[in-house]
Design a protein around this ligand. Structure first.
Ligand code: PMP
Length: 308
């Protein structure tokens, strides 16, 4: 099985993969009340490895927990170290890291989490290009979803909460069943929000535009690309835009820890730009990969180095 490794970190210790189990009455399984992260580690130019923006991911995890009024029984430093310990225990110089804090079982059921323990696990697994290796180069075909992204007062959209992802799963499976690679989600007012697990950018007349942090997840890749793009000399604006503006864009791309920078070549059967990765997407993607692979010392602060 592709996800199988030797160990998973659970509640403070590394346990064999087969033993990282929970009870079927786990509260989070019934009500979706858990918060998680998706983090990537890359092999770096010095022959070692680094986790990309680990502290920012751990901070977002604790922020998500705070939003749900969930107390994680470990410090941020302990969780950061545990992410790396899990990679090392699994002999993984690179890969994906999935920390999750969830309401456990044993005390009560019903919507109130009550006295059920808050548990924490960290799994790692190898993950290549999320939308396929070809997608990174050629771009993907997406459709506007029939499902609307959450209203900010229906779900807590800044928190990476498991339950929020029912919306993403519905949109993703619909898009795949209809022959597209990914879904584009609009916010309740009809503006472009994000993908099912990605932030979205467009380029028009040399200006890069991405939706502001209203109803969307504050992507760490989004933040990184904004910084890198400005450094490359591009103007970047955080502004709401509509799907027709996306149709008219010269370029469009998704960003995310899993998706990295994936160009979008078609939206709702309309070809974007030249129908392949455009020059801005290519330049930014190259800059991003240089940074994560430790080839740009100016951004070494974003790397949490480790070796096996
Ligand atoms: N939006 C959603 C809904 C996501 O799930 C993700 C992935 N975490 C992102 C955006 C991108 O965030 P990041 O760049 O931090 O992975």
């Amino acid at each position: 099985m592709g996800l199988r490794t030797d160990f998973i970190w659970m509640d403070g210790t590394l346990v064999p993969w087969d033993q990282a189990n929970v009870h079927v009455l786990t509260h989070a399984l019934h009500y979706g009340f858990s918060v998680f992260e998706g983090i990537r580690a890359y092999e770096t130019a010095d022959g070692k490895s680094a986790v990309f923006r680990l502290h920012e991911h751990v901070d977002r995890l604790f922020g998500s927990a705070k939003v749900l009024d969930m107390v994680i029984a470990h410090t941020r430093d302990e969780i950061a170290k545990a992410c790396v310990d899990t990679l090392v225990a699994n002999k993984m110089p690179a890969g994906y890291i999935r920390p999750i804090a969830f309401v456990g079982s044993g005390e009560s059921m019903g919507v109130n989490p009550g006295k059920n323990p808050i548990r924490m696990a960290i799994a790692t697994w190898p993950w290549g290009a999320y939308l396929g290796a070809e997608a990174l180069e050629k771009g993907i075909r997406i459709c506007t979803s029939s499902y609307t992204r959450h209203h900010v007062n229906v779900m807590m959209t800044k928190a990476k909460v498991a339950g929020n992802y029912v919306n993403s799963v519905l949109a993703k499976t619909e898009a795949l069943a209809d022959g597209y690679d990914e879904a584009l989600m609009l916010d309740p007012s009809g503006y472009v929000a994000e993908g099912t697990g990605e932030n979205v950018f467009i380029v028009r007349n040399g200006v890069i535009k991405t939706p502001p942090l209203t109803s969307i997840l504050a992507g760490i890749t989004r933040d990184s690309l904004i910084i890198l793009a400005r450094e490359l000399g591009y103007e970047v604006v955080e502004q709401l835009f509509t799907r027709d503006e996306l149709y008219m864009a010269d370029e469009a791309f998704f960003s995310g820890t899993a998706a990295e920078l994936t160009p979008i070549r078609e939206v709702d059967r309309r070809v974007i730009g030249q129908g392949h990765a455009g020059p801005v997407a290519k330049a930014l993607q190259a800059a991003f990969f240089k940074v994560v692979k430790g080839e740009n010392p100016a951004y070494s602060r974003w790397l949490y180095p480790f070796s096996l």
